[in-house]
Design a protein around this ligand. Sequence first.
Ligand code: BEZ
Length: 220
Amino acid sequence: MDNAAPTGPAPRPLRIGDSAPDFEARSTAGPVRLSDYRGRWLVLFSHPADFTPVCTTEFVALAREAAAFEARDCALMALSVDSLFSHFAWLRMIRDRFDVEVRFPIVEDPTLVVGRAYGMVCAQDSDSATVRTTFFIDPAGTIRAMSCYPASVGRSIPEMLRTLDALQAIDAAEGLAPANWQAGDALLRPPAQDIDEVFAAEGQADWFLREATPRKGKRR
Ligand code: BEZ
């Protein structure tokens, strides 16, 4: 993707299963290229603006949980329309006020070329700020999950980690993560794929709702 201002119609919204569009940009950790993250998980997320209350709480919370993402072999990358120098000043303020260093890269996207490609900008909004979108990108560069919150609601870092745990667990065990699943809980088995399996199942619901072998070693 070249970083020129966009022309023409808006791209179709990204969906789960799409390849994460590649880009190169300046960031607080130096130049970054999305494709350089192939081989590990990446959480790419946008925030509306530096020096705003909810965003500050998100960055403090994420920086404090950076080791938990690292333990899952997952990098973090943030993005907003603010300039690199705004990002620097904000991170310095966060360090001085909250005693935590944000070491993951924050991309500057003043032309919104990345924000638009990822659908991080509200199309109806006259404000060019990005909303709180989060993309979970797997080691092959495929978007596996995404979320979108308004500027007024901060994200849950435990839920981000839970989503990552669930994606990694289902890849390892080819199971399904039920409601409220937490790392270490049993996964569900994929439902029957043919009528023989349906008729052979013992319990009434066993052909579509049954636990896979419980997994050991709860991480948290
Ligand atoms: C916030 O992070 O607090 C925020 C950002 C943009 C608009 C409103 C609130």
